[in-house]
Ligand binder design. Structure first.
Ligand SMILES: Nc1nc2c(ncn2[C@@H]2O[C@H](COP(=O)(O)OP(=O)(O)OP(=O)(O)O)[C@@H](O)[C@H]2O)c(=O)[nH]1
Ligand SMILES: [Mg+2]
Length: 304
């Protein structure tokens, strides 16, 4: 199955609701005030946030004001183009010069550890030398789960005993990656709620300790978000960003009943690029985010 079909399948429910609602608009029409107002309302009802709905519709106004559309499919095509504009170009995600330190953060159960397994596999198959740090030391099971992923991806994992200081593990992992001449170190961190000050302080400490090796570390802080979280994802991203300036987002579980509109909202409100989408629990169920494919999957029924 190609990428478009996989995303399309994952977004099934969202885009069905969205597309169904948009198709309910009068068959032919003109881009005028009434049409745009109707569109905003329909987008919001399909769980695209209000700010994002208004942004999309403003883009449509600029592109197509006064133009007549043949049918709702044509309107959907235009909206997909506006969504591509909003999402911006896809981002190169990891430079290949020097050790890249990536801290993976997020709330409990978002899919951090699974994403690390998939990423490690992906990077390794691209010929990069990867090392993983098991900084979720709260539960012994968390380290075991990560080690299992590392075994599958065939990458080394630096760990300490359960209960060890997560910052110390992060420090050791980066030290090991430097000694071994690795290209990338992925730090798995414990799940934490964005509004728990103590846990956010602990995350800040991990980042600070890693920076003792090199002030630029970690160059990357990626927030993993469960795609089913809907508009709450935006609040998670904002609060994490205050402690750990985010450089990228990974949106997981888009193979379920995901709220696909959330990806648009994130781009709009958080201003942090979406880098990868998680489309399942298997090791190769992670795809680089491609705005055009995504917009097409969100607004169109089938491949043109
Ligand atoms: N369907 C689906 N399930 C996923 C995806 N990513 C992760 N999961 C599942 O979500 C659950 C939680 O994943 P983890 O990777 O353990 O999440 P985590 O963020 O590390 O969780 P904590 O460490 O407990 O905070 C597991 O059952 C995963 O298999 C995805 O893209 N699609
Ligand atoms: Mg985990």
């Amino acid at each position: 199955m190609n990428l478009f079909s996989r995303i399309r399948e994952g977004l099934g429910r969202t885009s069905d609701a969205l597309v169904r609602s948009l198709k309910g608009m009068v068959g032919t029409g003109r881009i005028d005030e009434a049409t745009l107002e109707d569109l905003v309302e329909r987008l919001v009802r399909a769980d695209v946030g209000i700010e994002t709905a208004e942004d999309l519709v403003e883009r449509l106004r600029k592109r197509a004001w006064g133009r007549a559309y043949r049918d709702s499919d044509e309107l959907l095509d235009w909206l997909a183009d506006c969504a591509v504009d909003l999402l911006g170009p896809s981002e190169p995600f990891l430079p290949s010069s020097g050790l890249q330190v990536v801290a993976i953060v997020g709330v409990n159960g978002a899919g951090k550890t699974t994403t690390i397994g998939k990423l490690a596999h992906r990077l390794r198959s691209q010929g990069r030398k990867v090392l993983v740090g098991a900084c979720d030391t709260f539960r012994a099971a968390a380290v075991d789960q990560l080690e299992e992923w590392c075994r599958r991806a065939d990458v080394p994992c630096v760990r300490q005993k359960p209960g060890a200081d997560p910052a110390a593990v992060a420090y050791d992992a980066v030290a090991a990656a430097m000694v071994r001449g690795c290209d990338v170190v992925l730090l798995d961190t414990a799940g934490r709620l964005q509004n728990r000050a103590d846990l956010m302080a602990e995350l800040a400490k991990i980042l600070k300790v890693v920076a003792k090796h090199d002030a630029s570390y970690p160059q990357h802080v990626w927030l993993v978000l469960d795609g089913n979280t809907g508009q709450n994802a935006v609040s998670q991203a904002k609060l994490f960003h205050e402690t750990a300036p985010l450089t990228g987002l990974v949106v997981t579980k888009l193979d379920g009943t995901a709220k696909g509109g959330a990806v648009l909202s994130l781009r709009k409100v958080v201003q942090t690029p979406v880098l990868f989408l998680g489309l399942g629990e298997k090791i190769d169920d992670l795809v680089p985010f491609q705005p055009r494919e995504y917009a097409r999957a969100l607004f169109e029924r089938s491949e043109p």
